[in-house]
Design a protein around this ligand. Sequence first.
Ligand SMILES: *Cc1c(COP(=O)(O)O)cnc(C)c1O
Length: 381
Amino acid sequence: MTDKPSRVEFYRHAVRDEDIEAVTQVLRSIFLTTGPVTGTFEQKFAAHMGARHAVGVTSCTAGLFLSLKALGIGPGDEVITTPMTFIATANTILHTGATPVFVDVEADTGNLDVTRVEAAITPRTKAVMPVHLYGHMVDMKALAAICEPRQLSIIEDCAHAVESERDGVRPGQLGTTANFSFYATKNLTSGEGGAVTTNDDHINDQLRLLRQHGMSKNAADRYTKRYQHYDMELLGYKYNLPDVLAALMVHQIDRLGEQLERREALCQRYERGFQDVERVNFPIVQPNNTSARHLFTIWVPGEHRDDTIAALQDDGIGVAVNYRALHLMRYYRETMGFTPGTFPEAERIGNQTITLPLYPDMKDEQVDRVIDAIRTIAATW
Ligand SMILES: *Cc1c(COP(=O)(O)O)cnc(C)c1O
C-alpha cells in the first residue's frame, strides 16, 4: 500500500523571521498607522523600482483609483484596458464615473494587444490601463509610442510585475503611474496593501493628498512635532498604508531577486514537463524579457477545464483561475451589454486557463507531482 501523496498548496507566503521581527518592533512602538516605517518602505521601494516617488496605499485597487483621480479622469471620459484581468482593474475606472473600453488580448501571452489600441481611441479617451499579466510585461515601448503624441496617460496595473522588465523597460518607466498590489498571494506581500510609483512630482503630491482625505498634514506631521493644524485641500479618500503593514515588507524587498530565480526555475520545470503534451499549452515569455513569474497558468481544452480543476483538487493540488474574461461577468454583461464573441482571445483564455501552484518555497518534487497529475488527466481527454 502506498501513502496518499501529500497536498500541494496553491500558495505559501515567504514571510521570514526578520519580517516578523520588523512588525514586532512597530507593535512595541507608539506609532501604528502611516508614519516613519511607511516612509522607509516608500523610499526603499521607490529606489528598488528606480522611481522618484512611491506612495503607500491600502491596495492596488486604491492605487489605480487614486491614479485616475489624480489625473482628473471622471464622467464622460474613456479609459482603454484589457478584459483578461482581475475585476479590480476595470472596476476602478467605473468608480470614477468614466467608461472602460476593452480591447482584445494577444493569443500567445494574454496581454493587452497594443496593435488594437489605436482603433479604440476616441476624442473621449484619456488614458490606457495595461496589465502586465502573470508578470510578463505589455509592449510598453509600442504603447508609449501610441499614447505620447496624443497626450494619453498610461496607468500601469503592476499587481503581477514587481520584478518585470521588457526591452530594458521596467514598470513605471513609461507609465504616468505604476500600481502594485501587496495582497496575500502577490510576490511582495503584507496581506493587504499597495503602492503607486511615479516620476511626476505633481502626481505624487496629488496621490498623497488623495490617499488621506485631502489633508495637508498627516498624523505623523501632526503629532510627532508640536501640534499643527491641518487644512483640507481637496476631497480625498482614506487609503493610506499603515506602518504595521509596511514593516512586513521592508526586508522582503531585499529577497525579491533570489525568489525570482527560484520562481523562474520552477516555471521552466513546468514548461519542460508540458512541452510534449499536445493539448496543454501555456503563455509564452519571449527569451529577452524578464517575467516576474507571478502566476504559472496552463491552457487546456475549454470543455475539460472545470473537470480538470475538480480532479486536481480531489488529488490534493491547489489551483485557481486567473481569469475568466471580465466583460462576461454578470455586472458587465448587464450594465454594458457585452455578449460572448466580443473579445474572442480573452474569452478563449478565460475558458481554458488553470493556475498551478507556484511559490519560492515549492519543491521540485511538488512541481513534478503536479505535472504528473495533469499528464494523467490529459491522457483521458
Ligand atoms: C491582485 C490584483 C489587483 C488588485 O490588487 P489589490 O491589492 O487586492 O487591490 C489588481 N489587478 C490585478 C491584475 C491583480 O492581480
